[in-house]
Write a new protein. Structure first.
Length: 167
């Protein structure tokens, strides 16, 4: 009876993993924040304020993982997505457990990450020298401009006085 010619065969629903994972979502309207509520290898349920309408395409980013999916249903801020390819569930879940993303308490010792140590004194002197040079260039430019304006302003009256004196 199950799966006969008269009745279509219905695939059993895949088990979903309930989670609360932040993600970034891109739709035709742009980028927004989303929260993954459950996930399976075929799709996921999200909560997002700017989700695409039913039938729209969505790109969901979680860490380095990108899921391209279509909105199958939508109810308020929640939506069900069907992925185009198989969803890498374990990889997406392991992003939140990645040591690079976890906050840890240090032992109070600062470790220099660069190959060479910084020369704070040299950097400070270089910054002061650049500041002095830039102020000097600005001052020279302004004083030259002021001199040329003054020369132009008094050139006409001096020429008139020279002409009046017969020079």
């Amino acid at each position: 009876m199950y799966g006969t010619a008269s009745t279509p065969r219905i695939r059993p629903r895949e088990l979903r993993r309930r989670v609360i994972l932040p993600a970034r979502m891109r739709t035709a309207a742009g980028w927004s924040d989303a929260c993954i509520l459950n996930i399976s290898s075929r799709g996921l349920q999200i909560q997002a304020s700017g989700c695409a309408p039913k039938g729209g395409d969505v790109e969901l980013w979680r860490g380095d993982q990108v899921i391209v999916a279509q909105v199958v249903w939508r109810s308020g801020a929640k939506a069900g997505l069907r992925a185009e390819e198989q969803v890498p569930v374990e990889e997406i879940l392991s992003v939140s457990q990645s040591p690079a993303l976890q906050l840890t308490v240090g032992d109070g010792v600062d470790v220099e990450r660069r190959a060479g140590l910084r020369a704070h004194h040299d950097s400070r002197l270089l910054g002061r020298a650049l500041e002095f040079i830039s102020v000097a260039v600005i001052a020279a430019t302004l004083s030259t401009g002021m001199f040329l304006m003054l020369l132009e302003a008094i050139a006409k009256p001096l020429a008139a006085a020279r002409h009046a004196l017969g020079g």
